[in-house]
Design a protein around this ligand. Structure first.
Ligand code: FAD
Length: 420
């Protein structure tokens, strides 16, 4: 783009997780001058420790119809897949109420369409984004197997499979023999399973973000290691960004600070029901088993992903806010559950991690122009699926700034969907 071109802007993207980095890259491709700000290195927050799974077919919200009745049972087990720190409940209650409203059949149908559209082109988008960055090497196209310990748990997931079918996602139903063929050495006699051929995974999610951020810098982007604390506003929006290190003039601002976005959005005059579902992983450097493809345990709600130098067990939902210290017993619980699958798992040298998923009550992210200020954009709230939703988020933000029509209907991701 010609520097004299009036459409060229200076965009400041706050947050260098997978979402912020994708936004920065697509804005840069449009010829904008882009600054990416993060107080940590790229990919050091939630985008670092996830299960690495990327799937164009992801279209089931985290709260399906009937979840409200299952929650009390899940909460009774202190190390079960779901936990709430009770002191946090009063702050969480409005979010939970919104989640309950999002579980009607009509809403779930609409949410699943919006999730599917957001994720549909993720594989080709990453192919294009990572070309020549070195990150191409960390992608694996092994599919994703989901295992069920009983006919009952397999039947309970029936509505999710039907939803996927309605969205055109191919799900292979696996017989016991095929399960053992795909993954030899399973300790539990699984008779029920499914395989999603469309899924791929990355063997190091942090390296993916770092490689993309390095590419962004190579193409002339600026990466600043600063924490944004406030904005100096004028009538048309933010004129300067205040960081712990000083202040910078701004033109366009994109808030992509993951679970930490709520405060920043509030400072920009918009309220958003963003909370966090904290997740954990335990990484086993010498697991003693060869896991051939990513596996989900439907009964214990966690994922096993073969990573570059470890087997990663990731999952659990903990509601405790951003500030509370981690409870690593929840990571250890993942190991107990995984030993039902692989009894001889070796945990020597294991490391534990906790990350804050940026979660919206309806499982849909916020991707839009601010309703208050035309120079401000929001790109956060990807919850369980940020790795899959990041590329399309970046494309949408770039299209919105350019005033182009978007490749998918962006209406479902508007921040004002919660407003009366
Ligand atoms: C256990 C677990 C497993 C998961 N598995 C998967 C999976 O398999 N597939 C998938 O698609 N998703 C998965 N996810 C979800 C995925 O990791 C997230 O949705 C995604 O990482 C969110 O990315 P983000 O860029 O929005 O946030 P983050 O990665 O958290 O990035 C936000 C960035 O903003 C920065 N920041 C915050 N505040 C400020 C500030 N004031 N100033 C400057 N910078 C700031 C932070 O330092 C951080 O780097 C998983 C999550 C967890 C916890």
């Amino acid at each position: 783009m010609n520097p004299q071109d009036k459409t060229q802007r200076h965009a400041t993207v706050i947050g260098a997780g997978i979402v912020g980095v994708c936004c920065a890259l697509y804005l840069q491709r449009d010829g904008h001058e882009v600054t990416l700000m993060d107080y940590q290195g790229p990919g050091e927050a939630c985008s670092m420790g996830n299960a690495g799974q990327i799937s164009p077919g992801t279209c089931t919200p985290h709260a399906m119809p009937g979840i409200v009745f299952q929650v009390p049972g899940m909460l009774l087990d202190p190390l079960g897949p779901l936990a709430i720190r009770w002191r946090y409940l009063p702050r969480l209650a409005p979010w939970l109420l919104r989640l309950a409203f999002a579980t009607t059949k009509r809403r779930v149908e609409a949410i699943s369409i919006a999730l599917r559209e957001l994720h549909r082109s993720v594989c080709s988008d990453y192919e294009e984004l990572t070309e020549g960055t070195g990150a191409e090497k960390i992608f694996r196209r092994a599919g994703r197997m989901e295992l069920y310990e009983s006919e009952r748990s397999f039947a309970a997931a029936g509505p999710s499979r039907e939803l996927m079918q309605r969205r055109g996602v191919e799900v292979e139903i696996l017989a016991a023999e095929r399960i053992r063929e795909l993954q030899p050495g399973l300790g539990f006699p699984y008779r029920y399973g499914t395989l999603r051929h469309d899924s791929m995974h990355v063997t190091d999610p942090r390296r993916l973000v770092q490689a993309l951020a390095a590419d962004f810098e190579r193409r002339g982007g600026t990466l600043l290691t600063e924490r944004v604390v406030d904005f100096e506003m004028n009538a048309s929006g933010p004129a300067r960004i205040t960081t712990e290190a000083g202040s910078h003039p701004v033109d366009v601002v994109v808030v992509a600070a993951g679970a930490y976005s709520r405060k920043l959005v509030r400072a920009l005059g918009t309220r958003v029901p963003l909370d966090t579902e904290r997740g954990y992983h335990i990484a086993l450097p010498n697991p003693g088993v060869e896991v051939r493809l990513p596996i989900m345990s439907a009964d214990h709600h966690f994922a096993l992903t073969p990573m570059e130098n470890e087997l990663r067990l990731a999952g659990t939902d903990e509601f405790a806010g951003i500030e509370a210290p981690p409870n690593y017993a929840r990571a250890d619980r993942l190991l107990q559950a995984a030993r039902r699958m692989f009894p001889d798992l070796n945990a020597e040298g294991a490391s534990r991690w906790m990350g804050c998923r940026p979660s919206m009550p309806d499982s849909l992210p916020v991707i839009c122009r601010s309703p208050r200020y035309p120079s401000v954009f929001f790109a956060f709230g990807h919850g369980h699926f940020g790795l899959s939703g990041a590329p399309m988020t970046g494309r949408l933000i770039a299209d919105m700034l350019a005033g182009r029509s978007t490749p998918i209907d962006a209406g479902p991701y508007r921040v004002d969907r919660f407003w009366p």
